[in-house]
Design a protein around this ligand. Structure first.
Ligand code: IMP
Ligand code: MG
Length: 182
């Protein structure tokens, strides 16, 4: 089932970019994308921003699944560009339980950024287990498993240009309890 068409996503990305551009004018922020899920969103966001930014990535291991309880996430691979004294903006595809974003924020905060904010394309607030601040939010979603536009189910569907909710029973290849790197 279609949740967000590519046109709706593009409008959301433009709206986020406009707010970020205003707040970070003249700041040269460091955007930190959370792999893998945020790669398409980040690519569209930086082009919509049209201002100088630096870009780095973190990889996070998450556990659990759409239906099983999750447990705290762990940083698999950190940033190469030092966030010290920088205005850091974390770019996430989706915040579900909040464990991933919480882990990324805790990790980055220790590296002494000047400021630390979050930009999240999709928010599923009904699934939250741990509160996380969301400074820029694209869309709020109901409790459905979303795929496409970088989001996967067992590594499938990332390539889809729009965002869909997986139908019941449509679980794609090899459903797994280990969600891996989203
Ligand atoms: P959280 O730690 O539970 O907030 O979830 C974080 C990660 O799980 C996200 O960065 C995604 O990569 C993945 N994830 C959570 N919900 C979904 C979904 O609906 N579709 C695809 N991936 C998801
Ligand atoms: Mg993610």
């Amino acid at each position: 089932m279609l949740l967000l068409s590519s046109q709706e996503i593009a409008r959301g990305v433009q709206r986020l970019a406009q707010a970020i551009r205003q707040d970070y004018a003249g700041c040269n922020p460091l955007l930190v994308g959370v792999l893998k899920g945020a790669f398409i969103f980040l690519a569209d966001l930086v082009r919509a921003l049209g201002m100088p930014v630096e870009i780095d990535f973190v990889r996070v291991a998450t556990y659990g699944s759409a239906t099983l309880p999750s447990r705290p996430a762990r940083i698999l691979s950190g940033v190469r560009i030092s966030p010290k004294g920088r205005d850091v903006l974390v770019v996430e595809d989706i915040v579900d339980t909040g464990y991933t974003t919480h882990a990324v924020l805790t990790y980055l905060q220790r590296l002494s950024p000047r400021s630390l904010r979050t930009c999240v394309l999709l928010d599923k607030p009904s699934r939250r287990r741990i509160p996380v601040p969301i400074d820029y939010r694209g869309f709020t979603l109901p409790d459905r498993f979303a795929v496409g536009y970088g989001l996967d189910k067992g590594e499938a569907y990332r390539w889809l240009p729009a965002i869909y909710a997986l139908e019941e029973g449509e679980h794609g290849p090899a459903p797994s309890h280990r969600r891996g790197e989203g």
